[in-house]
Ligand binder design. Sequence first.
Ligand code: SF4
Length: 284
Amino acid sequence: MIARSKVLEILEDMVALGVRAVTFGGGGEPTVHPDHCELFASARLRGLQVALVTNGERLRGRTQDVVSENMQWIRVSVDAATKETYARIRAVKADRFDAVLRNVSDIVSRRLRPSVGLSFIVTRDNYKEISAFATLARDIGVDNVRFAPIHNDEPDYYGPLKAEISDSLAQARQVTAVRVYDQFASILAELHRTGSERRTCYYQHFSGQICADLGVYTCCLTAHSRHGFIGSISDSRLVDFWHSASKKDRVSAFDARKCGYCRYHSQNDYIHGAVTKQLDDVFV
Ligand code: SF4
């Protein structure tokens, strides 16, 4: 967990570096940080656009006030349309499902609030609840729902289930009054594109990841890996690290072809086209 004073310092340096937005999220749950309310509000106060990826369990009381008043958008990971599945895949008590949905519903009913989305990572344990999840999201009144595949090393994880998943996603897309982001097939295709064909990753310059160990990584997919590690800010300020020779050396030496999988090939292809002027800059 990053100390309150260090987070405030990082936020200050982000502003100095021209960063425009920050997402609180990652492997842990941001709302368990004892100072999360102050830190969320502080980011906004500094002029950053702020977003939150959360499990939604603590979105109540003061946290709910601060999130409602300061966040641009939030995404609540739910991954189930029934309390039974929620309890099974998270190994928690079933009543936590209702509590999370109640928290989300409370935020949705506020006059001043962020854009609220629910997310559903499709797995072999929950795929039968895809279309019910879109209906549930609509009934709660959230703005959007997002479906995405799981990242793992199993090459054909979904196997013969793909056809049924595809049908269920088609049904989910028919649900009106909630925006359905079906990113299942597109992200899966990106993940199956083995590694990058280029040594250069442009995307990393837009997507730095600071983890709780104060390591700075190229992107969310390489977080906590030796391969994606570009330095630590435990003994230095972010702004100094960012302009340091060591960071420059690490970024220059980084070989994107060694990334195990990537879901940002399209972004890299696009930026590559732009910087090498292969894109037509007249027609977009
Ligand atoms: S996983 Fe993709 S976006 Fe992340 S550093 Fe590697 S090539 Fe870049």
